[in-house]
Ligand binder design. Sequence first.
Ligand code: MRU
Length: 360
Amino acid sequence: MLINKKHFRTIWENEDYGDICTIDQTLLPHSFEIINITNVKQAAKIILDMNVRGAPLIGATGAYGMCLAVKENSSDKFIDESYHILLETRPTAINLKWALDKIRDELIKTPKIERIKKSYEIARKICDNDVKICKNIGIHGFELIKNLYQKNNRPINILTHCNAGWLATIDWGTATAPMYMAQKNNIPIHVWVDETRPRNQGANITSYELKNQNINHTVIVDNAGGHLMQKGLVDLCIVGTDRTTYTGDVTNKIGTYLKALAAKDNDVPFYVALPSTTIDWEMRDGLKEVNIEERNFNEVNYVQGLDDQNIIKSIRITPQDVKTSNYAFDTTPRRLITGLITENGVLDPNEESIKKAFNR
Ligand code: MRU
């Protein structure tokens, strides 16, 4: 998608089989800087520190982290150590484990001399495939928006939470892909963007994306969604996911569950944009089984922004030594979800429909 009218993907090789480049998302929207990743430890650190974030992009960065590892040392032992260093960075998004498993399993079967080439081939495929998946999510999700437009004949109001946009994937995004398709097809939309405390991915990143793409949107505080739904100002919600059980329970950024509850109470359709790479085929019960990441309490204590000298600063908003908690994700049970927008169509959130769509 576009930044200052120039097309970017979120991750790329600075030259074939070379270092890996990505956009530093901790500085957006105030500063646009590219990070050059040269080794596996650095790849792990940028995932942990959330310079890259969003389930599909975390997976792709993990895959490229393995490429850098193999360049350093192509032994089975180092491949295995690198796998674990990367895997331990962020526990909730399944895309990371999915991508790491894929690349490790293939590398172990590949002769050492061919491992560098093989690893890059797999990482490239993961990225290209993600672009295709997201585009197809866009095509299927667009139909939902189009139907609402044909019924109401006015701009369609969509509420989204966190950033499930192109900066969380390789391109297009998941929750945002239907919005971009609507724009391409001249269906007028307006997006309510939840700010998404504590890290403000909505206010900082989704808003930055939509602005660059010229999509009409308004940033709201996290607690405004229920009120807007009561007033009839939300036609549908579309959110992303970090892990969806094969039964349809969705784990996504903290606060998603509260939006789903409000949507249910107000008969607002609540959709989850779900790439198949985010389905956990081994997990039945999202509420009991998903490992919810708890992040550093200082993400709650401090807020980052631009001061009046245009310098990015972090300021404290809580009293010193106060107790804080920082659960990064929550699980929305399938009973609150209207549908799952996947690359294979819009599915009912249940085991039968999910397994059928993906031939499981
Ligand atoms: O903690 P983050 O910023 O990585 O969380 C991101 C989300 O919760 C997204 O909604 C999710 O990863 C889907 S991205 C297409």
